[in-house]
Design a protein around this ligand. Sequence first.
Ligand SMILES: [Zn+2]
Length: 291
Amino acid sequence: MASRPPVMMGLSLPDVDTWSDRVVVALGQNPGAFTGPGTNTYLVGTGRRRILLDTGDGRDAYLPVLARALEEARCEIQEIVLTHGHPDHIGGAAGVRGRFGEVPVSKRPWPGVDERYELPLTAVDDGAVIETEGATLRAVHAPGHAEDHLCFVLEEERALFSGDNVLGVGTTVIPGRGGDLGDYLRSLERLLAERPGAIYPAHGPRIEDGVAKIREYIDHRHERERQILAVLESGPRRIGSVVEVVYAAYPTALHAAAGQSVCAHLLKLEREGRVQRLDPEEPLEATWDLV
Ligand SMILES: [Zn+2]
């Protein structure tokens, strides 16, 4: 799950590519509205056995691509590490283990979601260090897009595997279930404090200036919040009516997705006691007002 269709759909990336001395990317073969060119799955390390970070969504076409990446990198899979439990990241894990061997799989637990995948999961959490020859990954818990989300600092490069928190194209979706915009902004601040150089995102191309990109993400969300509050200054409104003002310059095809984004902002502001619902409706249907 990642981003907006028109921005993402036009972009294509090679199936297998080398992005640094210790990072090879194999594309998940799952292009689409929410995944852009597809999920980036990464072989990390320099040795004969490397970490596979994320696994795509489980479609058959991915396995030969991964096989080619392993051949070109002259390596096998040491273990699978997952950024989070959304289907386009965890869904390929069973297939990878079936074809390339029953390697360990680790992620931060997400009770109620992990059980769907029948994987022997090892729990990792904030601060965990996962090592392979030539690469050290340090986990940073970064909830907001998904509550189980881990990002990984690649210590040798001071680079960041950002998962779905920062993307090569488009903007991160904050889903109604498992998402929280306030958490997300705190996560971005935490990732910024790591002062990353490059960012290797879960969707889209490598980002060269990680610090600048994270700042841009934070500024963008703050600007949206200001715009939404400004619209509510003129009186109570439903989300559709906020979207019509704030997203006036965007095609109406994007307005449903924009409504989700406005909703995420309003829920954050509600938690902060700055806006309120005037009726007991679901967040997307309610009339919202300033407190
Ligand atoms: Zn996701």
